[in-house]
Design a protein around this ligand. Sequence first.
Ligand code: PMP
Length: 443
Amino acid sequence: RKLSKQLGVSLVTVVKAYQKLEQDGFITSVQGKGTFIKKTKKEVVEGKKGSSSYDWQLSVEDYLPRSQFARFHQVPEKIHLSSSMIDPGLLPNRYLEQEIHRMLSKNPRVLSKYGEIQGDKALRQAMVEYLQKMNLSTDPENILVTNGSQQGIDLIARTFVGPGDVVVMEAPTYPGAIDVFRGRGATILTVPVDSEGMRVDLLHHLCDKYKPKIIYTVPTFHNPTGAVMPTKRRREILEIAESTQSLVIEDDPCSEIYFDRKPPAAMKSLDKEGHVIYLKGLSKILAPGCRIGILAASGSIFKRLLAAKANTDLGSPLLTQKAIIPFITSKRMMDHLKKLRIALKIRRDLVLDILSQHAPEEVSWFLPKGGLNIWLTLPSWMDTNHFLVETKKEQITFLPGAACYPADQENHHLRLSFSYMNEQPLTQGVTTICHLLQSAVYL
Ligand code: PMP
């Protein structure tokens, strides 16, 4: 602002100039500290040990997985709108704690043995019955218990993706999946997302040309946009996968969290030839601390994933697998989901109300009909990595959109999660963000 006044040019021009200087490597911004002229390599090498920490800090962030960005940014903050975890107050912690006590006193041997590599049979059966309620028919023999769906993605990648193999992802997408495929040395191609999820019209051409090994999608309440893919598109993706012999990863962390009507049935339920590997994590609906999810697949694909699971950890912990069975198989689970939907819908509506009253006209957003997040688009000259510095001064975090792009990063989006904070801090956080946006857009 000072520069803009001194030079008599608009603030937009100054911000653009700073962005260009940063892109060209002349300056660097350090969160909470300001903008610095970058040291030359020589200065860094010769700099006194410990005399300046900011080069070191930048490299920490460089090496941090995208999925950890939010947590890294979060450390001293009070209002976490960056985390799409569920407010612990909305999860059945007390019940699970009692169940663990009950189980340990009745059957302490659960601690002294390995379980089945594929996962506890009773849990696999319970998950089959649970998925059936969502119109997805499968069989306990086709279920593999994983340590959350993050491990599911990793098992698939380490089994089917090697350096240079093509993986197609939505843009934007879930940052934790980008890290996994990047870690395998995959060539990641992206397909944009609209209000109905992955743009299948563009996928056709890409798959014909590059024959991907994997198409990764979050078709229901897409992370980060909240988009829901209609059945027609789900079918089309399947047809493409069949014709190019690609595998589809259908990542489904929160299709239970719908706010008006139930979303379409999983893509896996349309899959006749076994091209879809379905992932259901339980972190968003039950207990992220238990680290439990399942993967459903068939034939040789399933056998190879089972082998990968054996090589990785010989099976998920028996204690937590056993502990959640009584909850999942009782009426409590459905009652809990009903309450969770109501609580999260109230929070979503609250955020939408605040945005429509206080956000600048230049800001737009998707209307999420379920899930945990709202995806905001700011004017294209804005960089939400920089805007985060402003909100952090007020002890508020969000997820900068750039973390969600595997390539050709767009910096002018941000993800607000309404699932973690309760109404009071949520109201304070979103209102403050709107006011800061007003100053950033109009000054
Ligand atoms: N996939 C998506 C789309 C997610 O949002 C998340 C968690 N944020 C995961 C996978 C990983 O979840 P889990 O805790 O089940 O490993």
